[in-house]
Design a protein around this ligand. Structure first.
Ligand SMILES: *Cc1c(COP(=O)(O)O)cnc(C)c1O
Length: 365
């Protein structure tokens, strides 16, 4: 049996007719940039997930950039980012001339450690990018307490956590801004690039909407600095087709995770945990094992695809060499990078494939 790490084929074959009809309607109406497909998706997304409104954008990196602009970060400011996440979480501060300051994560959840956040704060710290990594909400209660004490602007990177809640509140509504990605492999994926911005603060959402179109409310009049962060019409149309299916896909991801948690028995392996504060939407199912590379080879030999998410922490990436971090700066992030292994978890996996993954992991010795 073969179990690919991810396969976008089955999901797109299943909705092919509906998807192509929606794309054809957008084409025929020449609704290429923003337009009613995008507006309908924004309204549907906000209504389905509990946001006051949503601002659709052209990637998941864009709303992170826009959030840093809307927050007013700039030269001389510092913004804290976890050392273990996807690179895009860390780009925003640099785009606006601020400095990225890394902080370590918690061993069990892979999320930002609130104590490490507090320790990273200086008089120049203006904000923090909190990532709900692999779909699991970060410890927002503790993080918001630190943020309030120090007057920080809190950006929640929800790229991997669409549909997740923290103590009943949708992620992205706890801090000052929330950002999403609709990259094809995300839990809600476009047929191309896409993203969204949300905020519980109406004035912040309005500012992001303005920044999205060159800071312009009235054409050729520009009240604030902006850019082109618009979602295209085709992505709005396809996301509108997929949105009603998200809840069932998330249920299936959680069922697969449950089967892994119940079935995997491997000495030395650490499986994902779910604190009582929030349910994960399992964008990834990432375990750690001291003999990770051997386990990965064993699984590959049996036809089970895996991935290393992520193999190198951000403070050791070449692009951040000028920040002056060295090996040893963030021991948990570094240890996790050497031991983590992500197993296949996408809604279209069959029960048989899920059982095969469990048996294959358990057969490692
Ligand atoms: C995917 C992702 C992003 C960026 O999204 P793009 O759509 O690829 O620009 C940002 N942060 C995290 C944590 C992600 O996983």
């Amino acid at each position: 049996m073969k179990v690919p790490f991810i396969d976008l084929g089955p999901q797109h074959r299943a909705i092919r007719q509906e998807a192509l009809a929606a794309l054809a309607a957008t084409y025929d109406a020449t609704r290429f940039c923003l337009g009613s497909d995008v507006e309908d998706f924004e309204r549907g997304f906000a209504a389905a997930l509990g946001y006051p409104s949503a601002v659709a954008m052209n990637s998941g990196t864009s709303p992170l950039h826009v959030a840093c602009m809307a927050a007013g970060f700039g030269p001389g400011d510092e913004v804290v980012v976890p050392a273990f996440t996807f690179i895009a979480s860390a780009w925003g501060p640099g785009y606006v001339g601020a400095r990225t300051v890394f902080a370590d994560i918690e061993e069990g959840t892979f999320n930002l450690d609130p104590a490490a956040l507090e320790a990273a704060i200086t008089p120049r710290t203006k904000g923090v990018v909190v990532v709900h990594l692999f779909g699991l909400p970060a410890p927002m209660g503790e993080i918001m307490a630190v943020a309030r004490r120090h007057g920080l602007f809190v950006i929640e990177d929800c790229a991997q956590a669409v549909g997740a809640t923290y103590r009943g509140t949708p992620v992205g509504l706890i801090g000052d801004a929330g950002t999403f990605s609709f990259y094809p492999t995300k839990n809600l994926g476009a047929c191309g690039e896409g993203g969204a911005f949300v905020s519980r603060r109406p004035e912040v959402a309005a500012r992001a909407r303005l920044i999205r179109v060159h800071g312009s409310e009235q054409r050729y009049h520009h009240s604030v600095a902006g850019g082109n962060f618009r979602m295209d019409g085709f992505q709005g149309a396809i996301l509108g087709v997929k949105l009603p299916r998200l809840e069932a896909w998330t249920r299936r991801r959680r069922a697969i995770a449950r089967a892994y948690l119940d079935g995997i028995r491997l000495e030395g392996a650490r499986l994902p945990c779910e604190p009582a504060t929030g349910e994960s939407v399992y964008h990834q199912f990432t375990i750690t094992h001291p003999r990770r590379d051997a386990l990965r080879e064993h699984l590959a030999a049996r036809g089970v695809g895996t991935d290393l998410i992520y193999p190198l922490p951000l403070h050791l990436q070449g692009c951040f060499a000028s920040l002056g971090y060295a090996r040893g700066s963030f021991p948990v992030a570094e240890r996790v990078c050497g031991a983590c292994l992500s197993l296949p978890i996408f809604p279209e996996l069959s029960d048989e494939q899920v059982r095969f993954v469990v048996e294959s992991v358990n057969a490692f010795c």
